[in-house]
Design a protein around this ligand. Structure first.
Ligand code: HEM
Ligand code: HEM
Length: 225
């Protein structure tokens, strides 16, 4: 009898801890983002700190790379310019490769991170938000990938800060993908597209904050407020 009472007490304590952890948005073994079930039971109000840090680092790197997107850069390369002699080209390529590395890390983190916050909103808004995030993920991968295809297929070196230089990319140059498109042009178009889409995405976040007042923007802000 005594042992039965003991196990009942332990069980009740566990249930309380579990519901408290969910209620406060504390991550714990029961609040990991492995499956839909965990996501449906969460009442987190913020993305975890690592997701927030990666989101804002990526946003800054994308905007900086775009701002430095050197005009007529492709033509200059085709005319024989050594990109290592141009700080804007070297910085553009370094920031772009940083975006690729951060995106790979974010995708790995998506698998194991605590469940993300969920907000009550109409189905069309949920769908639009999912589609926008999906497209942003795709562009975060496609923009650096098409840049590498452009450099590799045209035989230009990849030049990064710190004197890092990759002169040839034979895997790309010899692949059937190399002649499939003018990858430099595709890269420039996708670079413009990611800026337009993230601009719309930022406006949507500001509308959530200013008009709908539903905590969506606060969920991603670097400081928890
Ligand atoms: C998210 C990251 C990036 C963004 C937003 C971006 C954006 C752009 C844009 C808008 C252009 C066209 C510039 C113009 O002619 O007006 C461009 C050109 C270019 N970028 Fe990027 N870029 C990114 C990453 C990279 C990376 C990782 C590399 C190198 C591996 C790179 C290499 C190039 C090259 C070679 C061109 C010239 C393409 C050509 O015309 O042949 N970019 N980029
Ligand atoms: C180049 C710039 C940006 C890119 C590529 C980008 C990309 C993304 C991606 C992929 C997500 C999903 C994140 C995840 O699940 O971990 C996200 C979420 C979010 N972003 Fe951005 N973002 C950018 C800029 C911005 C800006 C400027 C703002 C605010 C003004 C913003 C506000 C948010 C918010 C509030 C969320 C969470 C939305 C939700 O849970 O429905 N983002 N962003």
């Amino acid at each position: 009898m005594a042992s039965l009472a003991f196990f009942r007490a332990v069980n009740l304590t566990c249930l309380n801890i579990r519901s408290c952890a969910h209620h406060d948005g504390i991550s714990g073994p029961h609040n990991r983002g492995f499956g839909r079930q965990n996501q449906m039971h969460t009442t987190r109000t913020h993305y975890d700190a690592f997701s927030r840090a990666l989101h804002w680092l990526t946003a800054i790197a994308v905007i900086a790379a775009f701002t430095l997107g050197p005009e007529h850069f492709g033509r200059a390369l085709r005319e024989g310019l050594d990109p290592a002699t141009r700080w804007d080209i070297v910085t553009h390529e370094s920031l772009g490769m940083l975006v690729a590395a951060l995106t790979a890390l974010r995708l790995l983190w998506l698998v194991v991170r605590p469940a993300k916050p969920r907000f009550e909103m109409p189905a069309w808004m949920q769908l639009t938000s999912k589609a926008t995030h999906g497209l942003l993920w795709l562009l975060l991968l496609a923009v650096p990938a098409t840049a590498l295809l452009a450099l590799g297929s045209e035989g230009h070196p990849l030049t990064l800060l710190g004197g890092i230089r990759v002169n040839e990319m034979p895997l790309i140059a010899n692949s059937p993908l190399a002649d499939l498109a003018d990858w430099g042009e595709v890269h420039g178009l996708l670079g413009d597209a990611i800026l337009w889409l993230s601009g719309l995405h930022a406006v949507a976040a500001l509308v959530h904050h200013g008009l709908l007042k539903d905590g969506v923007l606060r969920a991603m802000l670097p400081m928890r407020r």
